[in-house]
Design a protein around this ligand. Structure first.
Ligand code: F6P
Length: 366
């Protein structure tokens, strides 16, 4: 009997609707190839770093119907970077250690011929470093933020926008009833894609994104104008990474070992600022938070994620390692991991959607 080649898949960083659809797409193409078998590493690379390893051989039972499910059957973490792996010294103090070469050697000694890393820019930077150390690795881009410049879209983003838009629609009716200013804070890290899309889909009066710092006075003028015109309520979408002109983002360094600053709270910041400066409107804030990452992926994301899983298989079958699957001009393609992680996908202030919104009378607070 022909010996099958072995591949292992993992999900790293924040979760995102569509991860399971990628795993299933990859699993099915592996299965029908009859040349490979597929394993999964639990909690990103942690499953491979730990002793004993925590890995699982994927089969029909584990993958059946999972494309419909949010989250990841393989679990994930943002505390498993092999280049800065958390370790405790004899006194119990935490530090970090580069365990990447040991990891590469271990994966090879376990007999794996390919690794598929489904993750965002942080995860793909790790993929590139491991590739440089000799690991046959392929990246699949994931993030609700859509902040990877090498791909036109990431799966999970459209689901997040749908969740935000559904919430926005609900906030409109209550804003109207109470004649209130409703602020809805959405995720997106340093990119305003979720906020921009939701503002257009929902019909926001004000859209605040990280790429266009806002002025409180301009926002107040827009609100006042709308109240004076008799409309009597305002819906604002604010991205978690939005900042006031000359100001900084609102967030905190996490105490849980995640090196990234945790954004959040700018909606409440704006609410208090608006309350201080005017007394004609009640202001309320809703922070959508992780609801944007949860639940069932919409059909578009299931299709994108499934086809990305299949494309990852094509790449490993062709031996095209050191690459990331990308979606460009409605086609699936591949870019080098180096290119994939070389720049951040900010909203261009001249993007057609910014222009669309402005022409629809949406204020960016600038
Ligand atoms: O990158 C996805 C994302 O949901 C961002 O939009 C958000 O800033 C961050 O992750 C939240 O991270 P955590 O899950 O660690 O709270």
């Amino acid at each position: 009997m022909k010996v099958k080649k072995k591949a292992i898949v993992l999900t790293g960083g924040g979760d995102c609707p569509g991860l399971n659809a990628v795993i299933r797409g990859l699993y099915k193409s592996v299965k029908y190839s009859n040349e490979w078998e597929l394993w999964g590493s639990i909690e990103a690379f942690n499953g491979l770093i730990s002793e004993p390893v925590n890995i699982v051989k994927l089969d029909d039972n584990l993958t059946r119907g999972i494309h419909v499910k949010g989250g990841t059957i393989l679990k994930t973490t943002n505390r498993g970077n092999p280049l800065e792996f958390p370790v405790q010294d004899a006194e119990g103090n935490w530090g970090t250690k580069d365990v990447s070469q040991e990891l590469v050697d271990k994966i090879k000694s376990l007999g794996f011929d390919a690794v598929v890393n489904i993750g965002g820019d942080g995860s793909q930077t790790i993929s590139q470093r491991l590739f440089e150390k000799g690991l046959p690795i392929i990246g699949v881009p994931k993030t609700i933020d859509n902040d990877l410049s090498a791909t036109d879209l990431t799966f999970g983003f459209s689901t997040a926008v749908q969740i935000a838009t559904d919430s926005f629609d609900k906030l409109v009716t209550t804003a109207e009833s109470h004649r209130r200013v409703m602020i809805m804070e959405v995720m997106g890290r340093d990119a305003g894609w979720i906020a921009l899309h939701t503002s257009i889909a929902g019909g926001a009066e004000i859209c605040l994104i990280p790429e266009i710092p806002y002025s409180l006075d301009v926002i107040l003028e827009s609100i006042e104008r709308r109240y004076k015109s008799g409309k009597g309520f305002v819906n604002i979408v604010i991205a978690e990474g939005a900042k006031e002109q000359g100001g900084d983002v609102i967030g905190k360094t996490a105490i849980d070992g995640d090196a990234n600053i945790k954004l959040g709270g700018v909606g409440n910041y704006l609410r208090h600022k608006l309350e201080e400066k005017q007394n004609f409107a009640q202001v309320r804030t809703t922070i959508l938070g992780h609801t944007q990452r949860g639940g069932t992926p919409i059909a578009f994301d299931r299709v994108l994620a499934t086809s990305m899983g299949v494309k990852a298989f094509d790449l490993m079958q062709a031996g095209e390692f050191g690459k990331m699957v990308a979606y460009k001009n409605h086609e699936l393609t591949a870019v080098t991991l180096k290119e994939a992680t070389s720049s951040y996908n900010f909203v261009d202030v001249n993007h057609y959607l910014v222009e669309t919104a402005r022409k629809m009378g949406v204020s960016f607070g600038d």
